[in-house]
Design a protein around this ligand. Structure first.
Ligand code: ATP
Ligand code: MG
Length: 262
C-alpha cells in the first residue's frame, strides 16, 4: 500500500535580487527552479534512500513532504490525503543540530516518548534508546557537553522512540565518524525491522544507501528530477563486495560518473 504519493511536484524560490544580475543569478524570471515535476510513490513500511548532488533540492523535498514548506505546483498525499502542514505523525531529523540546548539528553529524548503513559516504563524506554545509540552514561549531559556525533545520536534516539508513521531523516549520520556511522547503519537496519515506520533517508554515501534501503531514488542536479529509481530487494545483512550487490554498486558509481576509486 502507498503511504506517500508525490504528484507533479515542482518548487521554485523567488529571487532576492531583482535589478542587477549577480554571478549566482539563475536567470529565471519567475524564480529559481529547484525541483521539477517529481512523481513517485512510497510504499508503507519501506526504507527509501535519496541521493543527489549537493544543492539539488533534497532537503527542500523533505521539508515539503513534512509539510513545513509548500510546493510551487503539485502535491504530496499521505494515506491518500493531501498534506496541509506539519504533523506529529511525521518526524523530521534535520541536517543541522535539532536538540534543545537547555534540556539534557534524557529530557530531549523524553520529548519523543509521549506514547508511554507510565512514567517508570517511559524512563526505562528513554534509557534503552539512549543506550542503543551509545549514550549510556550521558543521560544528564546538556547538548553543549556532548560531541557533535553524540548530539546527532541523541536526536536519532528522540525520533526513533516516537515510533512515527513517517520518519524523514536528512543526512542524520553525515557528521559522524566512520566507525560510529557503520554502527548507526546497523542500528537503523534493526530499527527498520523492529518498527513499522516508513523511512525516508537522505545520504551522500552510496554505500550507506545500498546497505540500508529497500530502494534508492537518485535525483539529478538542479532543477532536480528523478534520475533513477533503483529497487534493492536484498536481505540483510548485505555484503556490498559480492554478487549482485557488487555489480549494482559499480553501476551506480558509473551512473554518477565515478569510474575509479571503487
Ligand atoms: N529558503 C530558501 N530560499 C531560497 N533558496 C533556497 C531556500 N532553501 C533552499 N534554497 C535553494 O534551493 C537549492 C536546494 O537546496 P537544498 O538545501 O534543498 O539542497 P540539498 O540537496 O539538501 O543540498 P545538500 O546536499 O548540500 O544538503 C539550493 O540552491 C538552495 O540555495
Ligand atoms: Mg540538504
Amino acid at each position: 500500500m502507498n503511504k506517500i504519493e508525490v504528484r507533479g511536484l515542482s518548487k521554485s524560490y523567488k529571487e532576492r535580487r531583482k535589478k542587477r544580475r549577480s554571478p549566482g543569478d539563475c536567470g529565471y524570471r519567475h524564480g529559481c527552479p529547484v525541483l521539477q515535476d517529481l512523481d513517485f510513490r512510497i510504499e508503507e513500511g519501506s526504507f527509501t534512500c535519496f541521493i543527489g548532488p549537493s544543492g539539488c533540492g533534497k532537503s527542500t523535498l523533505f521539508r515539503i513532504m513534512a509539510g513545513f514548506e509548500k510546493p510551487t505546483t503539485g502535491e504530496v498525499l499521505v494515506d491518500g490525503v493531501p498534506i496541509s502542514g506539519p504533523s506529529t505523525r511525521h518526524i523530521f531529523v534535520f541536517q543541522e543540530d535539532g536538540l534543545f540546548p537547555w534540556m539534557t539528553a534524557m529530557e530531549n529524548v523524553a520529548l519523543g516518548a509521549g506514547r508511554f503513559s507510565d512514567p517508570v516504563e517511559r524512563e526505562r524506554e528513554i534509557r534503552d534508546f539512549l543506550d542503543m545509540v551509545g549514550l549510556k552514561g550521558f543521560e544528564n549531559h546538556y547538548p553543549h557537553e556532548l560531541s557533535g556525533g553524540m548530539r546527532r545520536r541523541a536526536e536519532v534516539a528522540r525520533a526513533l522512540i516516537a515510533n512515527p508513521e513517517i520518519l524523514l531523516m536528512d543526512e542524520p549520520f553525515g557528521a559522524l565518524d566512520f566507525i560510529t556511522r557503520l554502527q548507526m547503519r546497523e542500528e537503523m537496519v534493526n530499527v527498520h525491522q523492529m518498527f513499522d515506520s516508513t523511512i525516508l533517508f537522505i545520504t551522500h554515501d552510496i554505500d550507506e544507501a545500498l546497505q540500508l534501503g529497500d530502494r534508492i531514488i537518485m535525483l539529478s542536479g538542479r532543477p532536480s528530477s528523478v534520475k533513477a529509481d533503483i529497487p534493492l530487494p536484498f536481505p540483510h545483512p548485505r555484503d556490498l563486495a559480492i554478487g549482485e550487490m557488487a555489480s549494482l554498486r559499480k553501476e551506480i558509481y558509473f551512473h554518477i560518473g565515478i569510474h575509479a576509486a571503487l
